[in-house]
Design a protein around this ligand. Structure first.
Ligand code: DAH
Length: 348
C-alpha cells in the first residue's frame, strides 16, 4: 500500500474514531493515539525518508493536510462534548424561580435606640445640633470642668471606672457641655445641642442599676434664657414621648453644674396622677435632672457668665423605656434576648 493510501485510510479511521468518542476523556485518548509522537501519522512521516525527492513534498503536504483535518475534527468533537456536559449540568441545576424565598430576619432598632431616635428628631426640629462625644473621657471634662474639683464630695454620687488617674469611662454625658461650650462661637448665634450616648458607673447590676446605660444631655446657652424656657422644653419632650396628657413639674435638687438645680417629674403613667403604688401615691414620677448652668461651668469653658447663661438637662432613655413599657428590670435591655427585644419592634 502506498504511503498516500495509508494516509487516506488513516484519515478515515481517525475521523470514525473521533466521531465515536463519547466523552472528553475519550477524545483526548484518540488525540494522543492519532497525533502523538508514537502515532501512525508520525510513523508515516518517518517513512518518507525512503521516498524519492519528487514524491516527498507531495506526500508531506498530504500528511499535513490529514493531520490538520484530524486536529480540526478533534477540536470540533471536543467542543460538542463540552457543550453537552454543560447542557446536562444546566438541566440538572434548573432553578425554579417561582419557589417562595427563604425569609431573612431583618434587624430593627433596639427599644432604647428607638427612644433616642425620637428625642433626636424632636430636638433637631427645634434647631438643636446632635453631637456625640467620647466614652473614654478625661477627668477634666467629666468632673473638673463640670464644677466638680478633685475631692468634691459629689464625685461620690457617681462611682467611676478609672482607666488612669486622669482618664475614665464617662459617668455622664455632661462633659459634652464643657466640650461644646469651649468650642462654640457665640458671635454666630446661641448654642443649642443635645448629646446622646452611653455612660458607665461602677454599680452592681440589679433591677434598677446597670454598669452601663444611656443618657441624653441637653444644653442651651444664649443671652436671655430663663427657667421658663427649660420647663417649656421639658414639657415638649414629655408630650412627644408620652402624650399630651402628661405634665411636668420641677422640684428643687442639687447638681454641682447647675444653679438652681431641679429634678423633673412627669405625671404617673400608671394612675394618670391620682396616686398609686408605682408613684408612691404622689401622682408623679421622677424622670430627669436639669437646671440653669452654673456660672463656674461657663467661666471654666471661657464663656462670660455675666453675658451668657442657659439651661441644661440630662435624661435617661433607659428609664423612659422602663416607664413607658412597664419594664421592671433594666438588665433586660442589655441581655439581648430576642424574645424580650422583639416585643418593641414594629412586627412585635
Ligand atoms: N449628669 C447628671 C447625672 O448623670 C444628670 C444631669 C442633671 C444632667 C442635671 C444635667 C443637669 O445636664 O443639668 O446624674
Amino acid at each position: 500500500m502506498s504511503l498516500k493510501d495509508k494516509l487516506s485510510e488513516l484519515r478515515q479511521r481517525g475521523l470514525a474514531d473521533i466521531k465515536d468518542s463519547s466523552d472528553l476523556k475519550d477524545v483526548n485518548q484518540v488525540r494522543v493515539q492519532l497525533l502523538g509522537k508514537k502515532g501512525p501519522i508520525t510513523e508515516v512521516l518517518r517513512g518518507m525518508r525512503d521516498l524519492d525527492a519528487e514524491e516527498r513534498p507531495k506526500v508531506g503536504a498530504f500528511a499535513n493536510e490529514i493531520r490538520d483535518d484530524l486536529a480540526n475534527a478533534l477540536a470540533q468533537r471536543k467542543e460538542e462534548l463540552e457543550k453537552a456536559v454543560l447542557n446536562a449540568q444546566l438541566a440538572k441545576e434548573t432553578i425554579d424561580v417561582t419557589l417562595p424565598g427563604t425569609p431573612v430576619a431583618k434587624g430593627e432598632p433596639h427599644v432604647i435606640q428607638q427612644i433616642v431616635d425620637q428625642i433626636e428628631d424632636l430636638f433637631l426640629g427645634m434647631g438643636y445640633q446632635v453631637l456625640s462625644g467620647p466614652e473614654v473621657e478625661e477627668d477634666k471634662y467629666n468632673f473638673e470642668m463640670m464644677n466638680l474639683p478633685k475631692n468634691h464630695p459629689a464625685r461620690d454620687m457617681q462611682d467611676t471606672f478609672y482607666i488612669t488617674k486622669e482618664i475614665l469611662m464617662r459617668t455622664q454625658t455632661s462633659p459634652m457641655q464643657a466640650r461644646t461650650l469651649e468650642k462654640h462661637d457665640f458671635s454666630k448665634g446661641p448654642l443649642k445641642m443635645i448629646s446622646p450616648g452611653v455612660v458607665y458607673r461602677r454599680d452592681t447590676d440589679d433591677p434598677t442599676h446597670s454598669h452601663q446605660f444611656h443618657q441624653v444631655e441637653g444644653l442651651v446657652i444664649d443671652k436671655h434664657i430663663t427657667m421658663a424656657d427649660l420647663k417649656g422644653t421639658l414639657q415638649v419632650l414629655a408630650h412627644e414621648l408620652f402624650g399630651d396628657k402628661f405634665d411636668v413639674r420641677l422640684r428643687p435638687s442639687y447638681f454641682p453644674f447647675t444653679e438652681p438645680s431641679v429634678e423633673a417629674d412627669i405625671t404617673c403613667f400608671n394612675c394618670g396622677g391620682k396616686g398609686c403604688k408605682v408613684c408612691k401615691n404622689t401622682g408623679w414620677i421622677e424622670v430627669l435632672g436639669a437646671g440653669m448652668v452654673h456660672p463656674n461651668v461657663l467661666k471654666m469653658a471661657g464663656v462670660d457668665p455675666d453675658v451668657y447663661g442657659g439651661f441644661a438637662f440630662g435624661v435617661g432613655p433607659d428609664r423612659f423605656a422602663m416607664l413607658k413599657y412597664g419594664v421592671d428590670d433594666i438588665r433586660n435591655f442589655y441581655l439581648n434576648d430576642v424574645r424580650f427585644l422583639t416585643q418593641f419592634t414594629k412586627k412585635g
